[in-house]
Design a protein around this ligand. Structure first.
Ligand code: RB5
Length: 141
């Protein structure tokens, strides 16, 4: 799967770990930065990842900031984007099964790297359930 990833300074270190995880899982990763701890504005990276999905051939995206909140707010301004902010495994799985989330948002200051990597694996590996859930997401897409 082709997966775009972006973060701000708050998410930089976790983003680096997630890139390695996704590559080890065999995915193609489009790393849209940021690539240092220097302070940046999270909406720029949300925009880049959303565009990589809507116009750039990426199937999914992952966005990381300090809390994940700003990234999820910015990403969900896009009609075609269904961004889910998940900090445990149940919502990570359900965001795929029921909501066909195409962007996962994480807060690097909320969850430790061990749980974050499990959330990413679960989210990437879970399929959309379709059926009644499809008509529901079509109601706001
Ligand atoms: C940056 O300090 C912080 O505001 C950002 O990473 C994020 O948590 C915003 O939602």
């Amino acid at each position: 799967m082709k997966i775009a990833i972006g973060c701000d300074h708050g998410g930089f270190q976790l983003k680096e770990e997630i890139v390695v995880l996704l590559q080890n899982m065999g995915h193609e990763v489009v790393n849209l930065g940021t690539n240092s701890l220097d302070s940046v504005n999270y909406p720029d990276f949300a925009e880049a990842v959303c565009k990589a999905i809507t116009d750039g051939g990426c199937e999914r995206g992952i966005l990381i900031c300090g809390t994940g909140i700003g990234m999820s707010m910015a990403a969900n301004r896009h009609r075609e984007i269904r961004a889910a902010l998940c900090h445990e495994l149940f919502t990570a799985r359900m965001s795929r099964e029921h909501n066909d989330a195409n962007v996962l948002c994480l807060g690097a200051r909320v969850v430790g790297p061990g749980l974050a990597l499990e959330i990413v694996s679960t989210w990437v590996n879970t399929a959309f359930g379709g059926g009644r859930h499809l008509s529901r997401i079509e109601m706001f897409s």
